[in-house]
Design a protein around this ligand. Sequence first.
Ligand SMILES: [Zn+2]
Length: 247
Amino acid sequence: MKKLIKTLPILMACTGIMASAIAGPHWGYEGKETPENWGKLSPEYQMCDLGKNQSPVNITGPIHAEVNNLDIHYDLISGTIINNGHTVQINDKNANDYLTVDGEQFKLTQFHFHAPSENQINGKTYPMEAHFVNQNKDGELLVMAVMLEEGKSNPIAAQLLSLLNDKENTPTNINGIDIRTFLPEVSDYYRFSGSLTTPPCSEGVTWIVLKQPITLSKSEITKFKSVFKHHNNRPVQPLHGRLIISN
Ligand SMILES: [Zn+2]
């Protein structure tokens, strides 16, 4: 069990405004700051090079297991939405948003988007991927990923985009956004051990990738991509013998 003190920098690196105030060396997705170089940008980021349980991964050959159902209790999101220069991120302050897995409760802290997807399923890359970052009482992280593909318009995504200030690091308050309809109805999932997909690439993160994607319209995907200005996905990392289980 990790101590809270160890995971504090992880959380800060994940959370929009705080990250800009206390973040380590600049990193990105282009030029010298590209993912291949993250581990060399700073000693703090060395896990990006040295880690053996890194994310994202290509999900292949999952082992079927009797795993507990995932219970998602996301209700009304209240907090801020921000373009933090790396992604569009929604920081959630509602203490009633949580999920339980294996009887353990994880509170939703934020969610954000990548385009294209970071994880792959059987080698398939999706147009986008949403990451819901959750934390238990010991500070351990669980990221629930949802794949996004092109299709019907998504009212919640449209609502979020309408609230977003395109300007970097300029948060907008949001209050009471119901994201229950944003998530797929079926919560069958893949599960594996991994890391943050951004510096400092800290490990010990539980990953749950939902099997069922949700849809966004072409124009909603285009709008997200225009905010990011460039792709913001880390390439897939070697499994190094890790097992992926599925229900
Ligand atoms: Zn992410």
